[in-house]
Design a protein around this ligand. Structure first.
Ligand SMILES: [Zn+2]
Length: 338
């Protein structure tokens, strides 16, 4: 992400922090001073906010390390003022994997909160600044779990819902339903925010609504999104945001305009790492005869649906498209000849 600094590398994943994040401790410090907290109080407030972001970072590591179990690398984790983003190199291909990856983030916050509560139960500490600090941190972790697990699509809970639905129906339908549930949830949030006069809640609701609408449009558009990156992110302490990978796909397509670019743009995209059978299943009843193939984040060419069908008929459906192309079992057309 541009405008971010490299903070370090842990478990082979680069951690970056966006420069705007600096505004958070500054804002907390000076607003605490303005509220009459004194220098000590303001410093504790800053430490508290930094601790919350550490929990958000651990949450992102939960997603990233679970994704790694399924062979999905994470490009980096970026800390933003609104939370964190773990940029996964690609989408999980199986609903069960998506489910596990989505749950792994909030699970980290459950563990943190449980560890603090358990520590209190065992050590029975006296009331004081440290106890208060830790109990508030535990409650923030509980809040992180609750908000992230709401079934509003761009949040983890929406992904959980989509992956469970996708076990029994086509992926696009599952996404559409999850996105609709997300929009309904967002409207509920918005109303709650308006009634309670909480503008932050209204803002978050608007954000979720637009993100969910983006996902719903994505699910109905012919451009499917596996391709290069899936970014997931979390607003601390209350919500989640997603960077639409469809936009990334379209941006890349814009860098590869063929002579018939407008036609090409409307074609579905599949990953070269998929096998022929999965690719056909993904395309479903799509009536289009050609589609684009992506590799390493770029669209590399175009293949015919009929070629994939032939490969499956010949019993080679389990072969990766990459390999089918390399062995010249199926021809690839360049975008120039589209
Ligand atoms: Zn998450």
């Amino acid at each position: 992400m541009s405008g971010s600094w490299h903070l370090g590398r842990f478990a082979n994943i680069d951690v970056r922090v966006h420069w705007t994040f600096l505004l958070v401790p500054l804002w907390i410090y000076f607003s605490s001073l303005a509220a009459g907290s004194g220098v000590a109080g303001a410093t504790i407030s800053v430490l508290f906010v930094l601790s919350i972001f550490a929990c958000v970072l651990f949450h992102e590591y939960g997603h990233a390390l679970m994704a790694r179990r399924f062979g999905i690398p994470t490009r980096d984790i970026t800390i933003l003022p609104i939370g964190g983003v773990a940029s996964l190199e690609r989408m999980p291909r199986r609903p069960a994997h998506e489910l596990a990856i989505a749950v792994a983030g909030p699970a980290v916050n459950v563990v943190i909160a449980a560890a603090i509560f358990l520590g209190f139960a065992i050590l029975d500490p006296t009331a004081g600044a440290v106890t208060s600090f830790l109990s508030r941190l535990a409650l923030v972790n509980v809040a992180l779990v609750v908000f992230n697990m709401l079934p509003a699509f761009p949040m983890d809970g929406g992904r959980v819902l989509r992956s469970i639905l996708a076990m029994t129906m086509p992926y696009a339908s599952a996404t559409r339903i999850a996105a609709n549930v997300g929009q309904v949830t967002a409207v509920g949030f918005g109303l709650l925010g308006l009634i309670s006069g909480n503008l932050m809640l209204v803002f978050i609701a608007g954000f979720i609504f637009l993100a969910a609408r983006g996902e719903a449009m994505l699910a109905t558009a012919p451009v499917r999104y596996d391709v290069a990156s899936e970014a997931r992110s979390h607003v601390a302490p209350t919500s989640c945001r997603d960077e639409g990978s469809s936009d990334a796909v379209k941006a890349r397509l814009l860098n590869h305009p063929g002579p018939n670019f407008p036609d090409v743009r409307s074609l579905p995209i599949i990953s070269s790492q998929w096998n022929a059978k999965n690719a056909l299943g993904w395309l479903g009843s799509n009536s289009l005869e050609k589609f684009l193939v992506s590799s390493g984040g770029s669209v590399v060419g175009m293949i015919n649906k009929s070629d994939l069908q032939r490969v499956v008929r010949e019993g080679r459906g389990a072969m990766a498209i990459e390999r089918l192309l390399a062995l010249r079992i199926i021809p690839m057309q360049s975008l120039r000849s589209a």
